[in-house]
Design a protein around this ligand. Structure first.
Ligand code: ATP
Ligand code: MG
Length: 753
């Protein structure tokens, strides 16, 4: 494991140990077993277990299972698997907050006796109302004056199930005027008549996170309780509970760090659950998911994930990590570790007419600069298969592989030249007849023939059929919001790829580099020698940016079909394209992907420049041009355009001025394309102006809140994830016209009031 730089948390731990505050460091990883862990959890695992390891302390694995409605043993198992797979050990046992229900209850009783907690019987709405706002202090409930005896009696009866859910709650008596809203008499217990997956039926009250977490930490002897930034304001409650109960030192302290966010990825368990339950992926271990189980099944190594977590480090500010960085880590890990073999994904038959008999060629599994040894024999004979993409009848400039005029080297074997292209009745190429140069054998080539590349191939007689699952990113855009953003090409199943026999017969490894294709993994679940299945782990190079490219090419007008670009090959830009690219990225600060799309397409570039000359807002305009305009160019060509650069500039201007929302802008663009009307006219005619006036939006929010009491209750009980639901409902109610920023602010205000 690589040496970790000292981050701010390690600095704190080191200092505490030096000062003698604790004898040893003791951390914990406290997931809620309500879904499979994801790469964000890996960050937390690597941090908590890593600190324990580095300072010779201990890290507990604790299931934070206080919500009886969503938890399940299968998630507990998945969490254990993840920690184990990443190479960490949790000691003698797994801890469960549910094991502390009895002790937690006793602590609550103690608080009541100290007059520091009371049973409140206000309803949810009143509790919220009484809490005040950020600018106004709250008021205390009249029930706060209940006597200790009455509180003890009520709390016990709550536990025994005598009351309905919501009838009472137990609250800490802290400070209704605190500037930290969380300290305004926070809830400690609520009534839930639900069976718990571990403790069964016995309990009718369940502790809230703020009460259970600090005490669980204390009881386990945790020293440093590391959590993500959203819990910053909860720290005061954490301290209050421990201090008020007068718990003997040493006590734990809470520290916050930024959670991991990654582009092209959704990371919340709720969203992952939706993908799994909706059948959008094949289970929690689908290789496209950012779950640990998914990475494991795909072929990622634990080392690569740990390296990634160490590289991103821990910080105190939220940011988004580029998924390319994770892909880099796995590529880098496998590069020198795994054997290189040949697999042909899209086989095209080649008959070498002047070759007779057969031979076994020596071929190393590792290139000469890799400090690993091992080789296999490659059967070679008259009939072989190459990849269809490695032959081009009408090659574009810069095509280095086999063409009717250009010979190519077969990796580890001979140079061949094309003699004849055989086609079927529809004109599809079905076979290449070729000739080989006997004196061009790899390693002893005296032919003097120059070739520009070496391609993979397999021998027809001995190759094995294999299924190859080519995985790509699950989402097609950087900041996916939901199902609409799924990448339709995230899985391509190739049923009849051909692979060299040694891979199946010798099994030099379970992970391979398929020459020129990328890294692949024998699927741990479905692979068999009879039906080999390989998962693509990652390509040889980051190929994502260029994938956006085909969008911008006017399909109708292409003179020569461009060959499908292979993974790892990006067509070089011409000087002119490069010049535009540089100008777009430097002068206009466009993001590289957008700049790439525009720069490589002359018409789009001109269109963009023209629009910017009308309304100087390059970023907004570039987004419209690279996405929407490019699509129209591609679908309809550029001959009979119904709109010009001026209209697009006008649309951008309305967006910039927040006259319309980005959602509505899409609608206006479609209308523009269909009717040729100006955006101004469309917005006017259809009444699409964005609504930004809070006075107009507020009643709509009130209405949504009134109609969804259950979700309001859940939100206020701590299910913050429902926030998006409310915003979504309000936007929907306004036909997408409400200004999302204003809606966000108002919804938060109203829900938290
Ligand atoms: P999600 O929102 O995905 O459901 P969560 O925070 O509810 O995540 P828990 O199971 O409650 O998930 O979290 C277990 C631990 O993992 C917590 O300490 C939490 O801070 C940490 N964790 C969860 N997600 C991330 C993330 N994206 N980055 C870093 N740590 C995370
Ligand atoms: Mg959670």
């Amino acid at each position: 494991m690589s040496e970790t730089k000292k981050d701010f948390l390690r600095a704190i731990v080191e200092e505490d140990l030096k000062a003698g505050k604790y004898e040893a460091v003791h951390t914990r990883f406290p997931p809620e077993p309500n879904g499979f862990p994801h790469i964000g959890h890996a960050k937390s695992i690597v941090l908590n277990f890593g600190i324990a390891r580095d300072f010779k302390g201990q890290c507990n694995l604790r299931m934070d299972d206080t919500d009886p409605t969503k938890e399940d043993m299968k998630y507990v198992e998945a969490l254990k698997d993840a920690v184990k797979w990443l190479g960490f050990e949790w000691g003698e046992k797994v801890y469960f907050t549910s094991d502390y229900f009895g002790k937690l209850y006793d602590y609550a009783v103690e608080l009541i006796k100290m007059e520091k907690a009371y049973v409140d019987s206000l309803n949810e709405e009143e509790i919220r109302e009484y809490r005040g706002t950020v600018t106004e202090p709250g008021r205390r409930s009249k029930y706060a004056q209940r006597s200790v005896e009455e509180n003890l009696d009520l709390f016990e009866r709550m536990k025994n199930g005598e009351f309905e859910e919501g009838a009472h709650v137990l609250r800490a008596k802290i400070d209704m005027g605190s500037p930290n809203m969380k300290m305004r008499d926070p809830l400690l217990y609520r009534i839930r008549h639900a069976s718990h997956y571990r403790v069964g039926e016995g309990w009718h009250v369940y502790p809230m996170y703020d009460f259970a977490h600090c005490l669980s930490d204390y009881m386990e002897g945790i020293t440093h309780s590391l959590c993500t930034l959203e819990f910053e304001n909860n720290r005061d409650i954490y301290d209050w509970v421990i201090e008020t109960l007068g718990l003997e030192p040493p006590r734990p302290y809470q520290y916050e760090f930024a959670r991991l966010n990654m582009n092209y990825t959704v990371m919340s368990k709720r969203k992952l659950l939706e993908l799994v339950e909706g059948g959008y992926v094949n289970g929690w271990d689908d290789p496209r998911l950012p779950t640990i189980a998914g990475y494991k099944r795909r072929g990622y190594t634990p080392e690569s994930i740990i390296t990634f977590c160490e590289q991103i480090g821990v910080a105190k500010a939220n940011s988004t990590v580029d998924v390319a960085q994770l892909e880099f880590c796995i590529r880098d890990d496998l590069n020198t570790k795994v054997p290189r073999v040949m697999c042909v994904l899209d086989p095209l038959k080649v008959t070498i007419e002047n070759y007779e008999g057969s031979e076994l060629l020596d071929a190393s599994y590792y290139p000469h600069d890799v400090p690993k040894e091992g080789s296999r024999k490659l059967p070679f004979s008259k009939e072989i298969y190459i990849d269809r993409n490695d032959f081009s009848e009408h090659p574009p400039k810069g095509y280095y592989r086999l063409t009717p005029e250009q010979p190519v080297r077969l990796k580890h074997a001979y140079i061949i030249a094309c003699k004849e292209v055989v086609k079927d009745a529809d004109g599809n190429i079905v076979e290449i007849k070729a000739e080989y140069y006997p004196d061009s054998k790899s390693g002893s080539d005296t032919s003097g023939i120059k070739v520009r590349s070496a391609i993979q191939w397999v021998d027809a007689a001995s190759a094995k059929k294999a299924e190859v699952r080519v995985y790509d990113r699950l989402f097609k855009c950087e900041a996916p919001e939901g199902l609409d953003d799924l990448n339709p090409d995230s899985l391509k199943v190739i049923k009849d790829a051909l692979i060299e026999p040694a891979v199946i017969e010798e099994k030099p490894d379970v992970r391979f580099q398929f020459e020129r294709e990328g890294y692949f993994y024998a699927d741990p679940v479905e692979y068999s020698d009879e039906n080999p299945v390989f998962n693509k782990i990652v390509g040889l190079k980051d190929s994502w940016a260029k994938k956006e490219k085909p969008k911008s090419q006017p399909a109708k007008k292409q003179k020569q079909p461009k060959p499908v670009q292979k993974e790892g090959e990006v067509a070089p830009m011409s000087a002119e394209e490069q010049g535009r690219y540089d100008r777009f990225t430097h002068e206009y600060k466009l993001n590289p992907e957008v700049a790439n799309t525009l720069a490589r397409d002359e018409k789009l570039s001109h269109f963009f420049d023209e629009a910017v000359s009308v309304h100087e807002s390059p970023v907004t305009i570039a987004n419209i041009v690279a996405n929407d305009v490019a699509r129209v160019f591609k679908e309809n060509g550029t001959e009979s355009l119904t709109f010009g650069a001026k209209e697009v500039a006008e649309l951008a201007k309305m967006l910039d001025e927040e006259t319309i929302s980005s959602k509505i802008a899409k609608q206006v663009f479609e209308e523009m394309t269909a009717t040729g009307k100006s955006p101004d006219a469309i917005v006017e005619e259809k009444g699409l102006k964005q609504i930004s006036d809070p006075a107009e939006i507020a009643p709509i929010i009130d209405d949504v809140i009134a109609k969804n009491p259950d979700n309001v209750a859940k939100y206020r009980d701590g299910n913050q994830k429902l926030f998006g639901f409310f915003v979504g409902q309000v936007l929907k109610a306004t036909g997408g016209k409400a200004n999302p920023k204003v809606v966000n602010e108002l919804v938060r205000e109203k829900l938290e009031a």
